[in-house]
Design a protein around this ligand. Sequence first.
Ligand SMILES: [Fe+2]
Length: 213
Amino acid sequence: MEAKSIKELLENGWLYINGIFELNSFKKILQDYTKSEFDIVENILSPHKIGDKILTLSKIYGLDQFPFHTDGAQYTIPPRYIVLENKSEDEEIANTNLIDGFKVSAGQENLFYNSIFEIQGNGFKELTPIINCRKIDKEKILRFNPEIMISVIKRKKTILNNLINNYPRIKIKWHSNDYLVIDNWRMLHSRDEVNVNSKRKIRRLSFYIKNYE
Ligand SMILES: [Fe+2]
């Protein structure tokens, strides 16, 4: 992992890697650059492996297309970065799509920074703007998940959904040995519809900032 790649990630909000990905060296360089320390949580994502305890997008949507969302939008501080690794045996699997939430918010400051939404789910409840600048010094945190966020003014959620769903998306087509690093405080991601016979399997590493939940 080169420092150049980290710069690309910080500039664009995402980074695509094909080939070798060294988790420890990536973590170290990222920590040096961002002056943060991370705890990493690993999950295997598969449309056929659905847990029964908590409500997840896999449970709600199954094989259907996922809406754009932030991972862990129901946490006060969601994971800072996520790394997705293609572990599928299939040659072709459903695309992952990205949009830059900060770009979508340009010209829509009132909606993104000043309108209050309620996040509710899995026992969690919070009132927050979509982009919150107050949780961590000098950092903006974008949180969005249409399944668990409601606005008192219904029209606002409709406008927000339309903006996000009509914004040009970056399509990530998966190959073997592919990794995708996502700035989860800035980018929204979604997944295309999955074929019923697909053995799509993605390893997800969530980088939580230490000392925050
Ligand atoms: Fe996700």
